[in-house]
Design a protein around this ligand. Sequence first.
Ligand code: GCO
Length: 485
Amino acid sequence: MLRRTFLKTALKATAVTAAGTGALAALSRETVLAAPGAATPSVSFPADFLWGVSTSSYQIEGAVAEDGRGPSVWDTYSHSFGRIANGDTGDVACDHYHRYAEDVELMAQAGMKAYRFSIAWPRVMPQGTGAVNAKGLDFYDRLTDALLAKGIQPWPCLFHWDLPQALQDRGGWTSRDIAGWFTDYALAVTAKLGDRAKNWVMLNEPSVVAIFGHGTGGHAPGLIGRQNCLKAIHHQNLAQGSALAALRKAGGKDWQLGTVLSLQPSWPVGGLDSNYPASLMWDALWNRSCLDPLFKGRFPEQLETEFSRIAKPDDLAVIKQPVDFLGVNYYSRMHQQPDPQGLFGTGYGSAPEGTRKTGMEWPVEPDGLSEILAELQEKYGNPPVYVTENGADYPDTVGPGGRVEDRDRIAYLRDHLLAAAKSIDEGCNLKGYMAWTLLDNFEWSEGYRRHFGLVQVDRKTMARKPKASYDWYASVIRNNAVPLA
Ligand code: GCO
């Protein structure tokens, strides 16, 4: 209880500090649980807390036509005129395909213990189904070995958005056949790497793939419409359930199987009653259309009729699978209001006045992370959770020494980690944190103009340069504690 009170005070204090008043000094030293070895007052994490970082294949690998990789929907989309800022593509990205050893070294130097990366389906199966491309799969084999040699747990994710174009041509996520395609692919990859990689993530953010890729068209494959969107959600849920069941049957007893969802609390703009239904609808779509079928075997009320028209009677039984962990990607809350033009009658509005913003104008709301974790604790059976993405884009400022001094990013990470500590303190089953992300990379429709990395990447030479946030995160990992300032 004392710790809880302390953390609340600390959270308030850091928020104020970040706003520039320096009120942290007012915190009495006695109340702060200074971690052994930490120079400044800090909040400790549990001894076995897993620290790591996340990336995704299309955003960093490049080498899109090498060693037999087939095209993905993101290749097609990024090469379509006007889709991506500055006409950027992932053709080269961070050249991680060739520089992975250097990137693993960067993780090792920072003391990271886990690395969530994604497997590019079209590298492994250029046509999406059928023959495995051994050279493509070998890349992940080398990567897995390189990680293990440095004591870093590999956390492969089977799908982070780069669907083989060949499957898109057969309907992609709008076709129910994809449940079988995905399961076959999942079995092929895990058969090769599963003797060494033990933690397997099925999907990354299915609702985002559905909403932006199939509803509003701002992401690949650029489809639009409510029906496409709901089909894409349902078929991802189905594919995930089918793969989970198949891997349980095929798999090593020591495999930990889970999935990753984007969970962002949806609030009515201005707290107004008139905006409340819009916020509930958006919550149903963004958060609950994946959470509820997986954990409760039902569709969210607001969308039940529509999902039931797409689903077959036994689908929910396939989707509701036990998971060993849930990955949560959290960035900010979503503030919703009615919008007759919106796909689901809702639209984005402003966060409360005075809320800080990242470079992408996303509100900085660390307590939204605690809110989501509390919800998982109270309404979804408190599953083991890892924060699998959390981070921020800021226009990086280069300091006099030539290094990016990203104080804003450090403050963002710190405040979210303090919120995470508070949640652990309140009984949430949070077991680890993987920052988004290691490298400045291809930020989807925003191209390379957004910077989420702990490490800067020179777009001409591909040279990696750790930012201040990288050093800060390394010290957090070393001390297993987050400094309050
Ligand atoms: C997502 C993706 C990441 C993004 C990150 C920043 O959450 O959208 O998983 O690939 O790059 O979230 O937008």
